[in-house]
Design a protein around this ligand. Structure first.
Ligand SMILES: [Zn+2]
Ligand SMILES: [Zn+2]
Length: 139
């Protein structure tokens, strides 16, 4: 009788953001970090977890369509591009930074806040080359 529920398996997984270290509570829809907005390349099609790439996906653009906000993520490894809805728990500061092109600065600020004092070795920030990839592609 209870078998029916098995047909609808919502993926709920917690994960630690590989970019900023934030522990993200999965709710089945969360696919990116609310703090730095980074995602992970785990899907081929949304929700299928069929990709074995698993590299970090950086937000590269912000989009608004019919009142819905989207973050465009690009995989740092294979350049796979994906559009994700902005979640209610996402940092507004991050979204705004992404929309006005100061995301890199935001990320730097975030790192400084997180690793206060201890001078962490240059953490691999997305290179400006990486961040401009999307623009290049649009041409
Ligand atoms: Zn993060
Ligand atoms: Zn990838």
């Amino acid at each position: 009788m209870a078998l029916k529920t098995a047909l609808f398996t919502r993926q709920t997984e917690d994960f630690d953001c590989e970019e900023c270290g934030t522990h993200v509570k999965g709710n089945g829809y969360t696919n990116h970090c609310p703090c730095c907005l980074c995602s992970k390349h785990v899907d081929v099609n949304p929700g299928d977890r069929a990709s074995d790439c698993h590299a970090l996906m950086y937000p590269v653009a912000y989009e608004q369509k019919n009142g819905t906000e989207y973050i465009i993520h690009e995989c740092s490894q294979c350049n796979h591009v994906r559009r994700n809805k902005v979640a209610s728990e996402d940092s507004r500061e991050a979204i705004i930074a992404l929309s006005n092109g100061t995301y890199e600065e935001y990320l730097e600020k975030l790192h400084r806040r997180l690793f206060k004092g201890e001078s962490k070795e240059e953490k691999k920030l997305p290179s400006s080359e990486q961040l401009s990839l999307l623009k290049t592609k649009e041409r």
